[in-house]
Structures are given as structure tokens and as C-alpha cells.
Design a protein around this ligand. Structure first.
Ligand SMILES: [Zn+2]
Length: 644
């Protein structure tokens, strides 16, 4: 067996390469490419899986923390500037002694107001107050693109945050949690009230859809007039709600009508005293991570290092301010332009592919090209930043909770102001610093925050081969989702419209079945196979992604012959570096029990199968590594799968 020889081209891997036995590229390319990483990266204690990407998230948090520490230390930044706002919020969070000493004092005015609740009208007044700071009692109302016409931004009424377990038998721990929080908040009768609070929330939650149905736009599409709201829930003072929120009395979708009927019933049938306790509990629950230690310990933030909590809090409250600082520091405009140029190239390649793909009817091809023409890829940072300077008078270092409340009110306000207007495609659902990315089928949009691009391994000094193999493949994979069996449900304007014919679907499924069959033969451990049907969409996306990115790389190299920095890629070709980068982008280790779970329930196959299952179908791979016919990494031509 040969050890890995191409050391040097990826300098950061070099020290680890000696550790693993890499084998031959044509036998197991996943191991060949990743042996060094695999040998040097056992799964850390307490983790169920590990990958460069997961490690990258921790590194991203450290980048953010360094930035926020600096902002907090520099007190002279102009009032209202992103640096000042983010620095002040972060400092107010890191000042634990002050937070601890304050106890419940920051909440005192609101708690006192809840104490004065005597009537159902009072209950609703407080509900409105809490909704205005994003505490969604009974229901949540937030802006969202309309299902049938995503160019319009409407108010979507859906389920709020219900912590109560669905099964009555499992509610004991939750009841204790409610009692503990009420007691911490100063309620003398916390334990008595807790049972009733849980019962009230359970009744409210009965009206909510299960998560799968709630996430399905087709099941939650109920455009509703203002008058109809009053028919659904006459006990709710909708006029006061809309007036106080400055919402237009139109452009409403009630995602879950049953939820509002249930709320109406509870408003009529449950006593003011129980509602009052529920308001107290909801406020304490929302505020707990930002109060003194006993509250933090009764919240999901329990055990989280303070720095981590404060980074997350600052990022969540001031996404645009933090994002702006982050991009200024870590993601220069040239990097953004480079990724944008690659995406343009990938889209052009997919257009060529669609023009020739044999399974689409001519009319369908036209619709697919329309969809690619409106495809909106946003890279690194939104085109416009929200200006949070108006928050400046309310942000100070003295009270974390006051900062949280002010920033949340401001976000809720900004969201409400957008209702009834055309959808603003530049408002992101994640900050630019985020480790995650998303696709929004309603906006025919992919959003790739700067943080995400760094987490998945973007490096300015990577050559095109590495860029296209390591990052382009994933983006091309997502591009195919806009046109595949799932993407076929939304048209170029993001409206629900099936633009495939039955024949297109049939032809697609025949080709996808080849991939199903291939993956169903993979064994996670003896006797446990992957579920071909479950992973079909992702595996087909991987196959399309690698092919498209490979072709796009060829175009890029033809346009601008590769200039490889000295010392990089010694002894490798661009094609080899492309495939190595792809295989490395999927490196991961899973504990056996996690891998078993993934095999059963995750539509994404474990990384090693994504690499092997894709590359065995590609003659380009065979050629790049001069693999012999009959090698493990080479499927016979008649068995190769092709979709895109
Ligand atoms: Zn996918």
C-alpha cells in the first residue's frame, strides 16, 4: 500500500498525513483523500459525530468572540455604530457579577404590571406587550412571503412557543420546571399555579399542527380577512392588536385556524388568575437566559460557557451590526466576487446541461431555464444592512435584559413594518456571520453567509480546482434542487406550480431509481443498508453537483489557465485536486449508534457514501486517477447513473 504522496498542496493537512494509511485512490477514494484527517481527528468527548465542518463552527464562534471582545474593549466607537452597539450588548452579557446582583430587578416593572391583571382585557393587553418583544403567547404573528404570491409580504399567524410535552404522562418534569421558574420569579404560590399553567398551555397546544404539517406551506395556506379573524377568535381584541402593532388590516394568513379557535376557548374558559400565572411564566421563561445564575440554570443556556452564550446572544439580537463587523474583518469584497463569479459559472453550466438533458420535454426545459434566470444567489452579506443606530439610546452596559428587550422590540417592529409591502429579498433569515446557509424555495433563493463559507473551508489562497471541488460542488448540488422533483413544485416566481409533465417526472424517476438502487446496496454495518428511497434526492443532488462543478471548473480553467502558487499541488493535476477537495469536504466520523440512526432517518447519507456513491459513476474521476476498469471506484459503463 502506498502512503499519501501529494502532501504539501494543502498545507494545513500536511502534519496529519503521515498518520493514516491512505491506500489507493481507485480502491477507496474517501479513505485515500481523508486518511490524514481521519487518523488525527477522533470524535471529541460528548459529540456524536465530527467533521471539519463541525470543527469549523467552533472556530467561527471564536472568530466572532474575538471581534466582540475587541468591540467591547474599545469604548470610544461612535454612538450608534455597529461596533459600539455590539460591544455594549456583549459587555452587558459578559458582566456576570452585575447580572447576578440584579436578580429579577430588570423584570420588575413588567412583573408588577402582570400583577395588576384583573380582567380578560388586561390579559390581552399584556399578551400584546409581550408579543411586541417577541414572546409569542398563544400564537405567533410574524411577516412572511405569501404562499401563492411570494412577492407579497403578509402577516403569518402560527403556533407560538409551546414547551409542554404532547403526552400527558411526560409532563411532570415540565410542571416542576414551571413551578421552579415561578418560584424564582417571586410567586408565593408557584407550585400550586404550575399545574394549572401546564394544563392551560396543553389546551392551547392541542390546537397546533404537528411539526411536519406546520412546515408544509400547502397545509398552512389560509389567507384570512381582518373580519374573518374575529370569526375565528371573537374573544381576541384584534382591533387593539393591529392598531398597537401598526399593522394593516389586510394581508393576513392564518397558518393554523384551529389554534385560534382553541385560544378563543381558553380565553373564555380559563380564569384570569391562571392566565396571570401563565403570563408570568412566559416572561420568566423568555428572560431566564439573560438573568442571574439560578435563572440561567433553569433555562436551555444551563452549562453553556458564558462567552458562548454572549456571542450567540449578541449575534441573535444585532445580526446586521455583528454581520457588518464580521464581513469587514473576515470576508473582503474580492472573496465575495470570486464566489459570485463561480456561481455565475455554475448557473451557466446548468443552463447548458438543461438545454441538452434528455429527460425533459422542450416546454419543461424552457420553464427550467426561466427558473435559472430568476435564481437569486446571495453571497457573504446582504446587499443592504439594517441600520440599528435608532437603538443607541436604549442600549447600555448596565442591563443585559434591557438590551435584549429593546433589540427584540426593534426587530419585531421592523418585521411588522414590512407587512403589506412587496417582499424584500435582501432581508436575510440568518446573519452574515452565521455558520449555516439556507435555500428559500419561495424566493428561488440561496443564501450563503460569509460565516458559512469560512466554516465549509473557503480560503482565499485555494486554487480554482480546490474551490470548485470543495465549495462549488455543494452550491451546484443546491442549484439542482431548484430544478429537481422537489423544485418542480415551485415556479420561477416561487409560486406553487407544478411545471413538470407526468412524462418528465417518470423519466426523472427512472434515472433516480438507478441512484436508489446503488445506495440501497451500501451497508453501514453488516446487515444494515441505507434506505435508497430516503437518500435519493440528496444522492442525485450530489451526483449532479459534482458533474456540474467539474464542468464549470473546466470552463474556468479554459478562460484563465490555472496559476498554482508555488509549493501547492506538487505532483497533482487540477482534476485530481478537484476530486480530493470534494472528498475532503465530506470527511466525517460518526459513532456507530449515530451512523445507525442516520442510516434510518437522515435524507443525507453519511459522508463516505456520498463520496464513493458519487464518484464511482464518473468517467471523469476514473480518468483523473487513471483507475483501471474493474477497480472498486469504477462502475462498469452500463451500470453508471446519470441524472444531470
Ligand atoms: Zn441537498
Amino acid at each position: 500500500m502506498t502512503k499519501y504522496r501529494a502532501a504539501g498542496w494543502l498545507l494545513f493537512l500536511a502534519p496529519m498525513l503521515a498518520a493514516g494509511d491512505a491506500g489507493e485512490p481507485c480502491t477507496d477514494f474517501y479513505v485515500y483523500a481523508n486518511a490524514g484527517w481521519l487518523a488525527a481527528n477522533p470524535i471529541p468527548e460528548g459529540q456524536s459525530r465530527w467533521s471539519p465542518r463541525i470543527a469549523g463552527r467552533a472556530a467561527n464562534r471564536r472568530r466572532l468572540q474575538a471581534l466582540l471582545e475587541e468591540s467591547a474593549a474599545r469604548r470610544g466607537a461612535p454612538n450608534g455604530s455597529p461596533e459600539r452597539l455590539a460591544g455594549d450588548v456583549y459587555a452587558s452579557c459578559m458582566d456576570e457579577p452585575r447580572v447576578d446582583a440584579a436578580g429579577t430587578k430588570p423584570l420588575a416593572p413588567l412583573l408588577a404590571e402582570i400583577d395588576t391583571v384583573r380582567t380578560k382585557a388586561d390579559v390581552q393587553r399584556l399578551m400584546r406587550r409581550l408579543h411586541a418583544m417577541g414572546v409569542s403567547i398563544g400564537f405567533a404573528a410574524a411577516g412572511s412571503p405569501a404562499y401563492r404570491d411570494p412577492s407579497r409580504f403578509v402577516l403569518n399567524v402560527a403556533a407560538g412557543s409551546f414547551g409542554v410535552p404532547a403526552a400527558a404522562g411526560e409532563r411532570d418534569a415540565y410542571r416542576k420546571h414551571v413551578a421552579a421558574l415561578l418560584a424564582l420569579g417571586g410567586a408565593a404560590d408557584g407550585a400550586d399555579a404550575a399545574g394549572e399553567v401546564v394544563a392551560l398551555e396543553a389546551r392551547l397546544a392541542e390546537g397546533a399542527l404537528d411539526p411536519a404539517a406546520a412546515g408544509d406551506p400547502a397545509q398552512t395556506d389560509h389567507p384570512t380577512t381582518f373580519e374573518q379573524l374575529s370569526e375565528l377568535a371573537p374573544s381576541v381584541d384584534w382591533a387593539a392588536y393591529f392598531d398597537e402593532a401598526k399593522l394593516p388590516r389586510a394581508d393576513v394568513n392564518v397558518a393554523e385556524p384551529r389554534l385560534l379557535r382553541q385560544l378563543d376557548r381558553s380565553l373564555r374558559e380559563t380564569s384570569v388568575a391562571v392566565w396571570r400565572a401563565y403570563l408570568r411564566f412566559q416572561l420568566l421563561e423568555a428572560a431566564a437566559p439573560y438573568l442571574s445564575r439560578p435563572f440561567v440554570d433553569a433555562s436551555p443556556a444551563k452549562g453553556k460557557p458564558r462567552g458562548e452564550l454572549c456571542v450567540e446572544t449578541t449575534e441573535a439580537l444585532l445580526g446586521d451590526a455583528v454581520g457588518k463587523l464580521y464581513v469587514q474583518r473576515y470576508f473582503p469584497p474580492a472573496d465575495r466576487a470570486r464566489i459570485e463569479a463561480m456561481i455565475e459559472n455554475l448557473v451557466a453550466t446548468l443552463k447548458q446541461d438543461v438545454a441538452g438533458v434528455p429527460w425533459m420535454a422542450p416546454e419543461t426545459r424552457k420553464r427550467a431555464l426561466d427558473k435559472l434566470a430568476t435564481y437569486d444567489a446571495q453571497v457573504a452579506a446582504p446587499h443592504f444592512w439594517r441600520d440599528d443606530a435608532g437603538l443607541a439610546p436604549q442600549i447600555q452596559r448596565e442591563s443585559l435584559w434591557a438590551n435584549v428587550a429593546a433589540a427584540r422590540r426593534s426587530s419585531v417592529d421592523a418585521d411588522r413594518r414590512r407587512v403589506g409591502k412587496p417582499t424584500d429579498r435582501n432581508v436575510w433569515q440568518l446573519p452574515a456571520s452565521s455558520s449555516l446557509a439556507y435555500i428559500d424555495p419561495q424566493l428561488n433563493q440561496i443564501v450563503l453567509p460569509a460565516g458559512f463559507l469560512l466554516v465549509i473551508g473557503y480560503r482565499p489562497d485555494a486554487d480554482d480546482a480546490e474551490l470548485y471541488g470543495g465549495i462549488g460542488v455543494g452550491i451546484a448540488h443546491d442549484l439542482t434542487h431548484a430544478l429537481d422533483a422537489g423544485g418542480a413544485d415551485f415556479d420561477a416566481q416561487g409560486r406553487p406550480a407544478r411545471w413538470w409533465s407526468d412524462a418528465d417526472r417518470r423519466e426523472f424517476l427512472v434515472r433516480a431509481a438507478c441512484v436508489d438502487e446503488e445506495y440501497a446496496a451500501f451497508e453501514v454495518e453488516p446487515g444494515l443498508h441505507l434506505d435508497g428511497k430516503k437518500v435519493e434526492s440528496e444522492a442525485v443532488g450530489d451526483l449532479g453537483g459534482v458533474r456540474l462543478a467539474y464542468r464549470a471548473l473546466a470552463t474556468a480553467l479554459a478562460r484563465r489557465p490555472e496559476v498554482v502558487p508555488a509549493g501547492v499541488g506538487a505532483g497533482t493535476t487540477a482534476e485530481q485536486r478537484f476530486f480530493l477537495a470534494f472528498a475532503r469536504s465530506r470527511a466525517e466520523t460518526l459513532r456507530p449508534e449515530t451512523e445507525r440512526e442516520v442510516a434510518k432517518s437522515d435524507p443525507h447519507p453519511p459522508g463516505r457514501f456520498r463520496v464513493l456513491g458519487t464518484l464511482v459513476n464518473m468517467p471523469e474521476f476514473q480518468e483523473a486517477f487513471a483507475c483501471k476498469t474493474g477497480a472498486k471506484m469504477v462502475r462498469p459503463p452500463e451500470k453508471r447513473c446519470t441524472v444531470w
